[in-house]
Design a protein around this ligand. Sequence first.
Ligand code: DGJ
Length: 742
Amino acid sequence: MININEKNLEFHLKNEQISYIFRVMEETEIMEQLYFGASIDEYDQYDFLIERESKPGNNQIEGSQITNLDDIKQELPVYGTTDFRQPALEIVYPNGDRISHFAYDRYEIRQGKMRLKGLPSTFGSSEDVEILVIFLKDRYSDMEVELHYAIYKDFPVITRQNIIRNHGTTTYQLESFLSLNLDMPNENYEWLHLHGAWAREAQLSRDKLIIGTQQITSTRGASSHMHNPFFALATPETTENQGRAYGFSLIYSGNFLAQIQLDTYDIARIQLGINPFQFSWELAGNASFTTPEAVMVYSENGLNGMSQTFHNFYKEHLINQKWVHKTRPVLINNWEATYFDFDEEKILTIASKAKDLGIDLFVLDDGWFGTRDTDDGSLGNWTPDLRKLPNGITGLAEKIVDLGLQFGLWFEPEMVSVDTPLFSEHPDWRIGNPKKHISHGRNQFVLDFSRPEVVENIFEQMDKILSTAPISYIKWDMNRYISESFSATLGRKNQGELFHRYILGVYALYEKILDKYPGLLIESCAGGGGRFDSALLYYAPQAWASDDTDAVERLRIQYGTSMVYPLSSIGSHVSEVPNHQVGRLTSLEMRANVAMFGTFGYELDITHFDEAESAEIRKQIKTFKNYQTLIHEGDFYRLKSPFGNNETAWLVVSKDKKEALVGWYQVLAKPNPAYQRLRLTGLAAEKTYIVNEDGQETLRKGKDLMSAGVLLGENLINRSEGEQSHKRYGDFQSRLFYLSEK
Ligand code: DGJ
């Protein structure tokens, strides 16, 4: 997959779907980007990809008019080389200058990619993946950069990761070191990204690139509710099913920067990596620094093609493999049923009803430890509250397991409340400068996870609980951002390392727990989707997508989230009505039909349900379990977007195309509606499918389901007069169609 033209030092990474080409530029010996897109042939030389015109500017080489690096597409732009755009690497030298020049030295090819410890990254066997490592040497120091390019055999994907090594004894300061720089000719691109806030995460936007810089970032210590470390470029003609799209995703949970700088020669500089904001890293003699890994996807089949690549690639080469193809339990979480107001008896009543309904796992949410009756205390004191749970977590968990359910427990490991022994003993474990104001968020403070002893203390407290009770699942929450970053132990020169060291500490705790409890299913959460990123999926194969559980809101949240993340990772529950976030009343059916396109579970007080409602829930669980493998393992296609529309539709098609499940949703009812048909996609044209809607079956060819579509209105032909009055279904309608090959 890696072809090298030794004479011209041109590198061509290629599989059946994509090509990625760059070269060593003459004289400057910097790495020049040539091409990323659909697979192209190998050539003896790639002159036809080189753009070199004489332009006014600052030139590198004396006498030359064409070595202005401001006009050159590059792999690792640095400051001080006549490129005035944003660098991907910035170093402060001991005398304060920031001028670097990293020139090509050698390359290496490696087969296979190990699963890394401590920093989530993709992995694959020597059959699946090859890595090209380009070594660059700084002309002004003993520093060396490694550019790692991984190409996977079966995916239109290149991953990028960089390492800088200081081979000398002088200490340098890294001010920025991004994971990815790609300079691409603009083709009237639009950029798509996910933005939001608490309870309205993953809202999709699509805008034309403007000349200048557009960026999304996090400065909050987590990837955040506001922006997701992902964006895509697509041509204006690109739709869900057609056209070219490039997707970029960063495997990182901390502060990130995603930026496109469109210059006045119509080159888009695409950058992704750790946010340089408040970042600096001391690179002492013989030390090294590794960036997070960035993933680039190319699609010729529209945005659905891009998303399917992300889904399948992350499933095969990133997500915790213990769980990725394993059936997930249907869970019930007590949060919206009880909030903090519960005791053992109440929990057991919910659990026994849950068992009766066919639920697999009971999750006890916040409020089981310390004296936590509200959200103003006890975090960091992970001892069971015996007032509520006289038999502790062990006693409760055993009783729940005796009922025939699995037991899961909520933790918020990274936080501390001031009323805890942990805080009294170690006030300096809290992030913030004690001599200045330290803000609370939800009455709580962030623990300094850059310190291994802090991580160890929390591990020991969690271990005490996990080792003494039958716990198969953890919900790992994180409910506030880091606002005044300061660590008591990092000195003046190293405070800029806190955000990155913090997130490495979070990964370390995930690893310690999974090393000891490898069978544990962890669902990550950050006040909903505040840290829904690919890095955490490395450990926690599912993430709570949002605290907004309203079915209509969830259409947008789940649709947006699916741009990058597979359905098997999207935590989704049927919750109470009137909905606790927006007050909306939707039917049980609508709520389940939305939640089914995710991990699926319940979060409401089921104890007051009558026999009819209980029967409906039993039926929903049975339906979900019938389709669970299809939903979690199949290919997901978005059909109609909820953004700006009254209707949403999507479907999952099994890999062998023998089955499919279609979800259709309408927000507001309309009088005397227009005729409606839903054209499907992704089916096998020649197969005949049985289309089943709630037991009503019709036979249809794949081809016509994709052209004529499914009729959504009524067909009253040959019906009696009495049947011909229009049904009025009301707002918030949904329909499920199950297709199976005849
Ligand atoms: C925020 C989470 O997103 C909720 O689901 C719930 O676990 C609460 N925290 C508990 O405090």
